[in-house]
Write a protein that binds this ligand. Structure first.
Ligand code: S3P
Length: 174
């Protein structure tokens, strides 16, 4: 199994439920690289959950913490696989850091897939503000044109995750 020597950290972007964490973890194992999850790093740095940051400080504060953590991971850590939260690539400064220091991969999924995958867990403050399908549909409209600016796009559907992982590796090697 050939482990391509990646020059830069691979940054997975896309909506909640696209599989960024699940695919990212498997991709890291497959490529023998470390895995980092930006949301987990944010919670560790803040000492509380993302839902608590949203409730206590509001989304703008969350976005600035997210920007700082992602920039640090990209500039201070050796090359790795980085899963980001769905809004990270939407922030202009965070997106600029990702473009400068990373290889961005958009995991693109259909609405039905996103709804099914996010229904399993309820820790996402943005989806607790109303009907998850309606919210995800609106976020698709707002965000897909921006996600499309990622360096690579890979469709993440209901295939087994390891199939999607191979598609990401194919895209990275192309
Ligand atoms: C968010 C997605 C979440 C998390 C936060 C905001 C978003 O990450 O960062 O709840 O704006 O789409 P996941 O995409 O990993 O669920």
């Amino acid at each position: 199994d050939k482990a391509p020597l990646l020059p830069r950290t691979v940054v997975l972007v896309g909506l909640m439920g696209a599989g960024k964490s699940a695919i990212g973890r498997r991709l890291a194992t497959r490529l023998h690289l470390p895995f980092r999850d930006a949301d987990t790093e944010i919670e560790a740095a803040a000492g509380c959950t993302i839902a608590e940051i949203f409730a206590r400080d509001g989304e703008p504060v969350f976005r600035s913490v997210e920007r700082r953590i992602i920039t640090r991971l990209l500039t201070d850590e050796p090359v790795h696989i980085l899963a980001t939260g769905g809004g990270a690539f939407m922030d202009p400064d965070t997106r600029a850091a990702i473009r400068q220091h990373g290889i961005s991969v958009w995991l693109r999924a259909e609405l039905d897939v996103l709804v099914a995958r996010t229904a399993r867990r309820t820790h996402r403050p943005i989806l607790n503000q109303g009907d998850p399908r309606a919210i995800l549909g609106r976020l698709m409209e707002q965000r897909y044109p921006v996600y499309a600016e990622a360096d690579l796009t890979v469709v993440s559907d209901e295939r087994p995750p390891d199939v999607t992982v191979e598609l990401v590796i194919d895209a990275l090697e192309a």
